[in-house]
Design a protein around this ligand. Structure first.
Ligand SMILES: [Zn+2]
Length: 373
């Protein structure tokens, strides 16, 4: 993975590469981004950039021997510290090897994994996952070694918020005594949970969320999805590339048509039709059901902007805009809130596997009542 594989984020890319060029790089960087943000791929790309002997001003070459090792995550100077289950002394080496194999396979599918993705991919129960004291001690050991091939070793710590007190204390020792041959890259999603002692010894790099355009163009490139669909997804994902990738798979192509028909029936209080429609929703399956509800929430939000916001804030496709012209007249602001609450409640019921037909029918009745009130 290299900088050129990540859409946008030019400000962070050039800040990092310039720091190397000007020899201003802090020995420990804390790269902070939200779940599904660009922090992790930026950090990996930056490590590859630092290690590549043929790098250009802006990126690793992607072709040399070193790049072929970093691409496979087997470069001897690139050390990964990841949250994982605790390993006994006996099976530690094998456990680490399995961990790296799982990490490679996860990253090869998804540049933007969350902790939840990692835990389920590596089959670890989320409450058992942490960065252990043993891992911290291993860092001390690695830091003491000379680099094998590169000028610097990279110690890459994903999710330092999962360092326990004892593990953090062990790590502090090396963060306090910088050495020229080691570069620390810490990548955090849950910044508030990081211990202040760690924060005070690292330099913060904040990474913004992705824009709708960046998400939309990535989905078109990676999944061949069409523009209309990717624009809808980008709006629902709110800057989270991981959520956007999940939505691509579960998103019905005709969310707008489904939603439009559903609301028309609610508005007309066509109860018999709504019973049939609830059956239809039931047959769609869980992810599309959740997506339809999320789509409904986003249309309600947009209706407020349509009625009260500035025209340039509206994030709708051409088709959605023409629907919104009528929808926003029927659904006034005081109704948006109440309908949104019911949709949220239904979303949680669907997640908890309550019978979808009953959930949708109940929701339809509530929406009809609120519209007519
Ligand atoms: Zn290279």
């Amino acid at each position: 993975m290299n900088f050129r594989d990540i859409p946008g984020q030019e400000e962070v890319k050039s800040a990092l590469t310039n720091a190397v060029k000007l020899n201003h790089l802090a020995h420990a960087l804390l790269i902070r981004s939200d779940d599904g943000g660009a922090g992790l791929p930026l950090a990996i790309s930056f490590a590859n950039f630092m290690l590549c002997p043929n790098r250009t001003e802006k990126d690793a070459c992607g072709e040399c021997d070193t790049c072929s090792k970093t691409k496979k995550f087997i470069h001897p100077d690139f050390h990964f510290v990841l949250p994982y289950k605790s390993l006994s002394d006996k099976d530690e080496d094998q456990g680490k090897a399995e961990m790296m194999a799982q990490w490679r396979s996860l990253i090869s599918e998804n540049f933007y994994p969350t902790l939840r993705n990692w835990a389920s991919h590596a089959e670890i129960e989320s409450k058992q996952i942490s960065i252990s004291v043993k891992e911290s001690r291993r860092i001390l050991y690695n830091v003491a070694l000379k680099p094998f091939e590169a000028e610097k070793k990279i110690i890459f710590i994903w999710l330092p918020e999962l360092l326990g007190n004892e593990a953090a204390n062990a790590l502090l020792k090396v963060l306090e005594e910088p050495n020229q041959r080691t570069q620390f890259l810490l990548i955090a999603h849950d910044y508030e949970k990081i211990l202040p002692t760690i924060l005070s010894r690292t330099q913060l790099v904040s990474v913004r969320r992705f824009t709708d355009d960046e998400i939309s163009s990535t989905l078109m490139k990676d999944f061949g999805a069409d523009l209309e669909k990717t624009e809808q997804i980008a709006r629902l994902a709110e800057g989270n590339m991981n959520a956007a990738r999940e939505l691509v798979h579960g998103m019905p192509d005709n969310n707008l048509a489904l939603f439009q028909n559903w609301f028309r029936l609610c508005y007309g209080q066509k109860m018999v039709d709504l019973v049939f429609l609830s059956e239809e929703f039931q047959n769609m399956g869980k992810e599309p059901q959740k997506n339809l509800l999320q789509f409904g929430l986003s249309m309600l939000r947009e209706s407020l902007i349509y009625n009260y916001g500035k025209p340039e804030q509206i994030r709708l496709t051409v088709e959605e805009k023409s629907f919104m012209a009528n929808f926003s007249k029927v659904i006034q602001a005081n109704k948006v809130d109440r309908i949104s609450q019911w949709i949220n409640e239904s979303y949680y019921q669907i997640e908890r596997n309550v019978n979808p037909k009953m959930v949708f029918l109940d929701l339809s009745i509530q929406i009809s009542k609120i519209i007519k009130a």
